[in-house]
Design a protein around this ligand. Sequence first.
Ligand SMILES: *Cc1c(COP(=O)(O)O)cnc(C)c1O
Length: 482
Amino acid sequence: MSDVKFYSGEQVPLEMHKVRMVQRVYLLPIEERARRMQTAGYNTFLLQNKDIYLDMLTDSGVNAMSENQYASMLQADDSYAGSETYYRLESVLKDMFGMEHFLPAHQGRACEHIIARLLVKPDSVAVMNYHFTTSKAHISAMGGKVEEIIIDEGLKISSDFPFKGNADIEKLREAISRLGKDKISFVRMEAGTNLIGGQPVSMGNMREVSKICRAAGIPLVYDASLLSDNLYFIKVREPEFKDVDIIDITREIGSLMDIVYFSARKLGAARGGGILTSDQNMFLKMREMIPLYEGFLTYGGMSVREMEAMSIGLRESLDMDIINQTPIFVEVLCKELLKNGIPVVTPPGGLGCHVDAKQFCSHLSQDKYPAGALAAAVYMAAGVRGMERGTLSEQRNPDGSETFANLELLRLAFPKRVFTLSQVKYVADRLVWLYNNREMIGGLEFEDEPAVLRFFFGRLKPIGNWPEKLTQQFRKDFGDSL
Ligand SMILES: *Cc1c(COP(=O)(O)O)cnc(C)c1O
């Protein structure tokens, strides 16, 4: 790991920031945690934040902001049209990606909505390295379909391939020749692939994809929401870029794409989003939609204060000392878990540590929701909230049967610069305890199952009284400790 500062000799990473504002958190006793989990229907989305010690549900809109981001909020220029704040943001983004036009939107999925309206026709196919929930939903809503061309390595839990988010070039060529250019709405490349473990895409791969798309006349769209982790990995894992400035890497990515969009809830550590393009024609068509769906062109549904924070956050995301903490902490946690035999997605990616619930709970079949059960057990054992990314997050088939997910993962996300190393070690410690008692984790079944997006609001119950037994075992092993 180049560019990372360590205590000499020991592999302990050094944070290049200090904490100047804190939030009090509480760790409830396990009996209380078991009760809260029951009240929440064994669904971590339904827990209340006050009952959580470490919230590792997501990195969306919960990253720590810098002093300069907070300071910038005070100079936000409150005007509906022509705000100075907007021009500052536009200039940062154009400079960063080297693209000509910028359009604001209120968050990542709003950008996806505009882009889907621009490019998707009924029955067209959007070809992509891997889908994200909201990107697929907007393509489907416009009558389009999604086809994935991730390299085979991308879906293996355990691997040492450095860029598991890469598109398979042969699959791309095959899709173009099978479907034909007119049937493909666009090709989409997602930085730091969210749903398969925060795995990066190499510059080499993006160059090849871009060349093929340009030759075929197919628009290439880049989802830059998880760009900062991906930039870190290009610099650390792709030898050609070891000594290249991050801004130059970002500009090269911009030069390969027709459209770049992002969620600023992730990239830029604020809340909002935006779209960039150098194509005059696409720009004008998308521009018409912004006042209709988002807001006037100089705010696009965002608060000016968030836009100021975003401008600073985007600049800061080009600093290796700032973007390295998440991937390093993910690596620390993954290594600690692997050392204890706990199966996680490797190589460690960005975004978070992904535990393989299929192996962790190998005694549970997929219809008992092993990843959901593990998420509930981790909250009970540690007060740590993760997110189920497995069969619970899928939808049933029209005949009522389950769609079993490819991977049953528990995601433990790292909001940027929020946790300390001792908290990371605590998470590892409790997971090791749980792993040693994994046979006690039982399955879950639905008590109340919504028809759409059931993972958000669905309520479940344990099969058998395993939460009680787990609580008793915890007391036996930890005594009075929380
Ligand atoms: C979060 C995310 C989105 C959607 O962004 P929102 O701001 O939550 O609407 C899109 N793509 C990726 C890769 C994301 O991680």
